[in-house]
Design a protein around this ligand. Structure first.
Ligand code: 3EB
Length: 340
């Protein structure tokens, strides 16, 4: 892997303790299939999504150290030279309903970031128990969006930089709402997808408050640039495409990812991002029975070099069966060194 990258993300075998003991540059170790309430160290982030492929792996984030760890209210963090990872797990039985818990998680996140040297969230992952439970505006995902919007107050007409995000459902019996993030000293460059309506402009039919995220951010640091891709599904405009067709949904999601990468290239001019061995992809699948079909489709349509993991997770709209997110690195082209 390219050692110049600000964030080195990879899938690795072994135990979380092994990875945390082994190196001074470990910012986070994500362990799948475990409640976020089981965290043993600020760098250890259990995620309640079952891995569908094998062997069992961890997602390891490394960044320039030394890494300082600590906690702030109910948030735990690991802070390196350039980047901070932070995570919050709120026990829904203790904090109350989803709207309240989401608002609390984002209040804590924002008060932490305000006093951090790495004030800008670049990407936020939201893992929401029973995301599709409840109907109409009572659906837990919509309640989650409501709480987030109450915490992240944006004045009408204001367009602050928004982090990229993923919002995925964990089992309904999981106790904790989990929010984790990557933050840096400067905001990312927001990228929207020309094929999709921006999420913050979704029409009312999708809920009382729009989701607040950008389709991707590009983090630029010491000459290396990386693309943080939001959870990307089979949505064109604002509508779900290919209802009940999981393979076609994955293909559409990949078209959306490529469209985002093209848009990033257009904005950056001299760099472009590729799905290659310096990146990672996470593939979320609602129904584990779809795993083989999704895997075969991705193997056919995405380069074999990019590491990927398959997780069982519910998607924020009942009509969506799969979603992809990822981190990919950008490469310079052309010969204007000043534009680096
Ligand atoms: C979508 O495009 C799919 O609420 O944070 C993707 C990424 C989705 C992030 C979020 C939701 C979120 O609308 C859902």
């Amino acid at each position: 892997m390219n050692e110049d990258l600000a964030l080195r993300a990879s899938y690795e075998e072994g135990t979380p303790d092994h990875w945390m003991e082994q190196a001074e540059d470990v910012l986070a170790v994500f362990e799948f299939g475990r409640s976020p309430l089981d965290s043993s160290d600020p760098r250890h982030v259990p995620v309640a999504l079952t891995q569908l492929d094998s062997p069992k792996r961890l997602e390891v984030w490394r960044s320039e150290g030394p890494i300082k760890t600590g906690s702030w209210d109910q948030l735990r963090f690991a802070q390196g030279e350039q980047l901070t990872m932070g995570h919050i797990a709120l026990n829904l039985e203790k904090t109350g309903d989803m709207r309240h818990s989401s608002r609390l998680a984002y209040d804590i996140l924002q008060s932490y970031l305000q006093q951090s040297p790495h004030q800008w969230p670049l990407k936020i992952w939201n893992y929401i128990p029973g995301i599709n439970r409840g109907s109409g505006d009572k659906e837990l995902y919509r309640q989650f969006c409501l709480g987030r919007a109450e915490a992240v107050l944006i004045a009408p007409g204001d367009r602050p930089p928004l982090p990229a995000a993923t919002g995925i459902g964990t089992p309904a019996d999981e106790a904790a709402l989990q929010v984790y993030f990557l933050a840096g000293a400067l905001p990312g460059l927001d990228v929207e997808n020309p094929r999709q309506v921006s999420a913050w402009r979704y029409p009312r039919q999708y809920g009382p408050k729009s989701p607040l995220f950008s389709r991707a951010t590009i983090m630029r640091m010491n000459g290396s640039s990386q693309f943080l891709i939001s959870g990307t599904a089979s949505i064109v405009g604002h509508q779900t495409h290919h209802e009940d067709q999981v393979a076609n949904q994955l293909s559409e999601s990949l078209r959306n990812v490529h469209s985002l990468l093209d848009e990033g290239h257009r904005l950056m001019g001299n760099t472009s991002a590729q799905l290659d061995s310096n990146g990672i992809l996470k593939v979320y699948i609602r129904d584990p029975a779809d795993f083989e079909l999704i895997k075969n489709t991705l193997d056919t349509e995405a380069p074999a070099e990019i590491p990927r993991i398959y997780l069982q997770g519910d998607i924020c709209r009942e009509s969506l069966l799969t979603e992809i997110d990822g981190i990919v690195s950008c490469h310079r082209q052309g010969q204007n060194p000043d534009l680096r």
